[in-house]
Write a protein that binds this ligand. Structure first.
Ligand code: ADP
Ligand code: MG
Length: 317
């Protein structure tokens, strides 16, 4: 594990509010492309037809992402319902991580990336001038593929974010909880670790270095750390792909539980996992297109698109 990956969240939290490299107003001048067998209009109809109960937490419209000349995401539109699990699946390189990173403007950090289109969080455009990226990423937290706890104690991993945001120093948290600051930290640490199903395993070793935990425990700590800043949305990019089957199943159970209180968007290359844990599934295919989006059961059992059926039945990947 490198120093760089360990500090990713810290850097993320410390990101300035500059909006360099983003072009949301101007058109791209690119002609609309039509893919083999399906026009974009046909696939768009399917997305519009996907109706879900409850409110949309995130609404993505005509999202294009370019890395230099590489057109990585092509006019993606989808609405993500709140308090549910949305799985993003598709072959390697189809743009799943790119899409996920657009949801809390993590692509702003990639110099070559250019983003065109709209992403609204509860109706409010996140790609507009004046959006506070620290605040945005507090509301839309992220968990990465490899566990990346800070080389600090378990307790400090949890309190780091709220401290960074000034919520502890200002007494915001204590005020909120009606407690002293020290008690507020204790409460926060316990609450976050319980939410991440890790409390029972670590409650007697909160001052131990987090790097001494197993991989699966480290990943649950990273989830607890993300929850500690009280997010509304949790983005997870293949959070179990580096873990053994038992640790994976704990993360899957956890994701399921978290959807009661949070909007979870999870990338997985594991189709069985997507089928097990998600309420709705979005299938991206090579070329950066969203080809199908709907209720998970429908997408897996009776997909509208032949290309998706071929992908799901393993005819290509
Ligand atoms: N930081 C980057 N710089 C340049 N190209 C990138 C970068 N990240 C991803 N890409 C390109 O964008 C496309 C989609 O990548 P990615 O979103 O990582 O796909 P996935 O997560 O589905 O494997 C790929 O062609 C990849 O090479
Ligand atoms: Mg990826």
């Amino acid at each position: 594990m490198t120093e760089t990956t360990q500090s990713t969240d810290a850097e993320q939290a410390a990101e300035s509010t500059q909006t360099t490299g983003i072009d949301i107003e101007g058109g791209t001048g690119q002609p609309l492309e039509v893919t083999s067998g399906e026009t974009r209009e046909q696939t768009r109809d399917e997305w519009v037809e996907y109706e879900f109960d409850g409110a949309a937490k995130l609404a993505v419209e005509d999202l294009d992402v370019y890395y230099g000349d590489d057109h990585a995401l092509k006019s993606v539109s989808m609405e993500i319902p709140e308090n549910s699990v949305t799985a993003l699946i598709g072959p390697s390189g189809c743009g799943k991580s790119t899409f996920l990173r657009c949801l809390n403007r993590m692509n702003d950090r990639i110099k070559a990336a250019r983003i065109d289109g709209s992403v609204a969080l509860e109706g409010e455009e996140i790609y507009q001038d004046g959006v506070n990226l620290v605040e945005l990423r507090k509301r839309v937290g992220m968990v990465f593929q490899s566990p990346n706890p800070f080389p600090k104690s378990i307790r400090d991993n949890i309190s780091y974010g709220p401290r960074k945001h000034g919520d502890l120093e200002t007494g915001f948290l204590a005020g909120l909880l009606g407690r002293s600051d020290d008690d507020a930290v204790d409460d926060l640490v316990e609450r976050s670790l319980r939410q991440a199903a890790l409390w029972d395993e670590v409650q007697d070793r909160l001052d131990d270095n987090a790097l001494g935990l197993s991989g699966g425990q480290q990943q649950r700590l990273c989830i607890a750390r993300a929850l500690a800043t009280d997010p509304e949305v949790l983005l997870m990019d293949e959070p179990a792909s580096a873990l053994d089957p038992i640790a994976t199943s704990k993360i899957e159970d956890l994701v399921h539980e978290l959807a009661e209180d949070y909007t979870v968007v999870i990338v997985t290359h594991n189709m069985q996992q997507a089928a097990r844990i998600s309420d709705q599934t979005a299938v991206f295919l090579t070329g950066g297109e969203l080809v199908e989006y709907g209720e998970t059961e429908q997408v897996f059992e009776d997909p509208e698109s032949q290309r998706v059926e071929d992908y799901i039945s393993g005819k290509f990947g």
